[in-house]
Design a protein around this ligand. Structure first.
Ligand SMILES: O=C(O)CCC(=O)C(=O)O
Ligand SMILES: [Fe+2]
Length: 354
């Protein structure tokens, strides 16, 4: 990527300021207590941890975890193959390029809110194949099977990616249970939604950018799924918008930690007890950056709506109309593919007028 093309340029109000606020605020949570916790143990033994997670979800929608139990060699291997892959000539990467038929594989022209992101990515689904609706049209009941595509000229790539995904999936389920407990629900209350999960992993590469004051690695957005488990390298660049003061705050890289953020689905399930936070990625002139989000998403047939027992516990009414996750996912996948003139689908479109 060379000169900054007009497609990358953010509107003035969304351009990053040069000042970076490094957060003390984003909580760092130690998960080591989980290592000694057995299936069937009394979850009250986790009360301290559950409270910490609940507070982090309320105050920030973001936290970092350490002593998380994901073997560090899995991460090292996937980081190594990601670097090798992105260093290949474009024509090699284009052999596994995403197209209108298959939204998986390599992609270098993603847009967030209709502005092009300064990055290249490689996407693969956790389940192969993954079933999703064929079209975003509400009346079209047809389903489609998504299949991963792998570069055969990098033989170690596939194994490293798949094993990493399984390692992080385990952490995602543990966090889901802790979040469920923190909402006053049984630990496994949310697990059933993920039986035929549509989770995927993205390898991100942000090359150095000649005009980091005009473009962004990823424009401001919220993650649409349930939870994101993100590995970032030591370069830094992820900014989170703090809910209370609207300030952009940098997430400090901590070696071998994961950044966890609540997505829109948990916002809806929890009826706004937890909110997904807006975030973005800044790029810089000198150093390339790599990151690997795992987007933990439910089955395509899940109807997303505020959990009934929670709404009763809160003594409130549901704040969202229900929506089908598969249709939402397909709409996003299609509209991300090209620059559309309309606004992207967002959960506030389902917010009730109350
Ligand atoms: O690269 C990062 O740190 C975050 C990327 C991100 O927010 C996303 O891909 O949704
Ligand atoms: Fe994100």
């Amino acid at each position: 990527m060379g000169e900054v093309d007009a497609a990358f340029i953010q509107d003035i109000e969304h351009r990053p300021q040069l000042l970076v606020v490094e957060a003390e605020g984003i909580p760092v949570i130690d998960l080591s207590v989980l290592n000694s916790f057995q299936e069937g143990d009394d979850p009250r033994g986790l009360a301290g941890l559950v409270a910490e997670i609940g507070d982090a979800c309320k105050d920030w929608g973001f936290f970092q975890v350490i002593n998380h139990g994901v073997p560090s060699d899995l991460r090292l291997r996937v980081e190594t193959v990601a670097k090798k892959f992105f260093a290949l000539p474009l024509e090699e990467k284009y052999k596994v390029r995403r197209d209108e038929e298959n939204p998986l594989g390599y992609y270098d022209t993603e847009h967030t809110k209709n502005v092009r992101d300064w990055k290249e990515v490689f996407d693969f689904m956790l389940e192969d194949p993954t079933v999703i609706p064929a079209s975003h049209k509400p009346d079209d009941q047809q389903l489609n099977e998504l299949r991963n595509q792998w570069p055969d000229y990098l033989p170690e790539f596939r194994g490293a990616c798949e094993e990493y995904a399984r390692g992080v999936e385990k952490l995602a389920f543990q966090l889901l249970e802790l979040i469920s407990l923190s909402l006053g629900l049984p630990g496994k209350r949310l697990n059933g939604f993920f039986k035929d999960q549509t989770s995927f992993v993205r390898l991100n590469h942000y090359p150095p950018c000649p005009s980091p004051e005009l473009a962004l690695g990823v424009g401001r957005h919220k993650d649409a799924g349930a939870l994101t488990v993100l590995a970032q390298d030591d370069v830094g660049g992820l900014d989170v918008k703090h809910k209370t003061d609207g300030e952009w705050v940098r997430v400090k890289p901590i070696p071998d930690s994961y950044i966890i953020n609540v997505g829109d689905i948990i916002q809806v399930w929890s009826n706004d007890t937890y909110e997904s936070a807006e975030h973005r990625v800044r790029v810089n002139r000198e150093r390339e950056r790599f990151s690997i989000p795992f987007f933990f998403n439910p089955s395509h047939y899940v109807t997303v709506k505020p959990l009934e027992e929670l709404v009763i516990m809160q003594n409130k009414s549901p704040k969202y109309e229900e929506y089908n996750w598969g249709k939402f996912f397909t709409t996003r996948k299609l509209s991300n593919f090209k620059k559309l003139e309309v606004e992207n689908i967002q959960i506030y479109h389902f917010k009730k007028d109350i």
